[in-house]
Design a protein around this ligand. Structure first.
Ligand SMILES: *Cc1c(COP(=O)(O)O)cnc(C)c1O
Length: 462
């Protein structure tokens, strides 16, 4: 399997190279040249597989030219054995045809663990094989950081720098990053917002000269391997509810468009998915784009669902690439226009295609709290604020009531006690492996929103 850039100018790469590269050299994102296809018969034959075995089946075609079947098997087995639930991704029924897929049983309690715990193992494997070292730089709105650090903290080949917006992540989120102390782990709190952090990461990737020959690797969802790992749980949930013979729909709390893009790929690989719902908070550029063909940056709003507080969604470019018939130069022109503000909509026929593929809904903080308390009262189940947005969007957008609607439960409610309390509920207790989180020492460097200062700090630590 080869990987190509959405902007059409960068060379195609193998899986291993894509894994270690962030953005393509032309500024684009890597996508597979083609997708593996699974027949209904084959999908049906997976109904008895456990999560790790299913992941092995689905991921092998993406990596097999570089990584052997048995090496991959060992890595997925270890990854999902580190989760705190035997089912790895249990499905919970809330109501008739209303389900949530709990994706928060990994070590850092958010769905990012599904990809990042595997990514750490894949990277280490390739770096050891090539006898290389890698400097990883990533931006986080809260959950990517801890999952990435957890995934790489035992690596002797990786130095990791994680930027988060100063005082804009929850205390649990911050402590999950800053209390993982290791010589190769560097947390940086930037006096700015998430988009400022992401912008600095992007600029550093496009000009890596400050590293004097070193190479930057990515843990943000611009890294293809993350998207790939997330495809698996769409199959897992659908098969558990009778797929492929029975269709299912998914509602996905969305920020960077990574998770829901994986659902779109699952559908293209042969999984019968009826509806894919894009659920946003008040930072709603994706909802405005899908519902009204308006693509323009608004200013950032701080919400009760901080992991989705972003102005632009990097991975949307991967979908646009398909909508524009995989024409790299057309896409390049479009993306440059959208980013500069010169263009603020898609060509009508491309937009109509997007509307066929996705529904969308935006949920504000008040409604988020209402849903948390309604579901707690009526179903005795505590949603985190991101998942609550997904549940609400799933309800509003559902056009096929006879089809199960599955909301991706992207985080454990314990990570976001503010929203839970505002919804009139009691904040849950930290799970066993984190009970002393508030007593652990922290290590973190606060820096100005200034690229040179951040890069100088990085060099001083290498
Ligand atoms: C990252 C995150 C999201 C958004 O996921 P994307 O792949 O960026 O769309 C939603 N909920 C939680 C809890 C997250 O951590």
């Amino acid at each position: 399997m080869r990987y190509i850039s959405t902007r059409g100018q960068a060379p195609s790469l193998s899986f291993e190279d894509v894994l270690l590269t962030g953005l393509a050299s032309d500024g684009g994102l890597y996508v597979p040249e083609s997708l593996p296809q699974f027949s209904h018969q084959e999908i049906a034959s997976w109904s008895a597989l456990n999560y790790a075995d299913l992941a092995h089946k689905i991921l092998l075609p993406f990596v097999e030219e570089d990584i052997s079947s048995s090496e991959l098997k060992t890595m997925v087995d270890e990854t999902y054995a580190s989760f705190n639930h035997k089912a790895v991704a249990p499905l919970i029924q809330l109501d008739h045809n209303e389900w949530v897929l709990e994706l928060f049983h990994g070590p850092t309690l958010a769905f990012k663990d599904f990809a990042l715990q595997l990514l750490g193992r894949l990277m280490d494997h390739v770096l050891i094989k090539r006898d290389k070292h890698l400097v990883i730089m990533g931006a986080t709105s809260g959950d990517t950081g801890s999952a990435a650090i957890e995934g790489c903290r035992h690596s002797e080949r990786v130095q990791m720098f994680i930027l988060h917006p100063y005082e804009r992540v929850s205390e649990v989120q911050r402590r999950q990053m800053t209390t993982l102390i290791g010589d190769n782990i560097h947390n940086i709190a930037v006096r700015g917002n998430f988009d400022d952090c992401q912008q600095m990461v992007k600029q550093s990737f496009s000009d890596q000269s400050f590293l004097n020959g070193g190479q930057l690797g990515a843990v943000n969802s611009i890294n293809w391997a993350r998207i790939m790992a997330q495809i698996v749980y769409y199959f897992y949930a659908a098969v558990a509810l009778g797929g492929p013979h029975r269709e299912v729909s998914f509602s996905v709390p969305t920020g960077n468009f990574g998770d829901i893009y994986a659902g779109y790929l699952a559908k293209k690989m042969g999984l019968p998915i009826k509806q894919l719902v894009v659920a946003t908070n008040e930072n709603d550029i994706l909802h405005r784009c899908i519902s009204a063909n308006q693509y323009s940056k608004n200013s950032l709003v701080q919400t009760l669902s901080p992991s989705m507080d972003i102005m632009v969604s990097s991975n949307f470019e991967r979908l646009l690439f398909d909508l524009y018939d995989r024409d790299g130069s057309a896409l390049s022109e479009l993306v440059v226009g959208l980013n500069s503000g010169a263009v603020n909509s898609l060509e009508p026929k491309r937009w109509q295609q997007a509307c066929q593929l996705f529904s969308s809904h935006r949920v504000d903080d008040k409604k988020t709290c209402d849903v948390i308390s309604q579901v707690a009262l009526q179903h005795n189940y505590l949603l985190d604020p991101h998942t609550a947005i997904g549940v609400e969007a799933g309800r509003v957008c559902n056009r096929h009531l006879q089809v199960p609607m599955i909301t991706m439960a992207t985080a454990h409610a314990v990570k976001f006690p503010d929203a839970v309390i505002e919804a009139g509920q009691t904040a849950p207790e930290l799970p066993n492996h984190l009970t002393d989180l508030f007593e652990r020492p922290e290590r973190c460097q606060v820096l100005d929103n200034d690229l040179v200062k951040v890069q100088n700090y990085m060099i001083s630590q290498l």
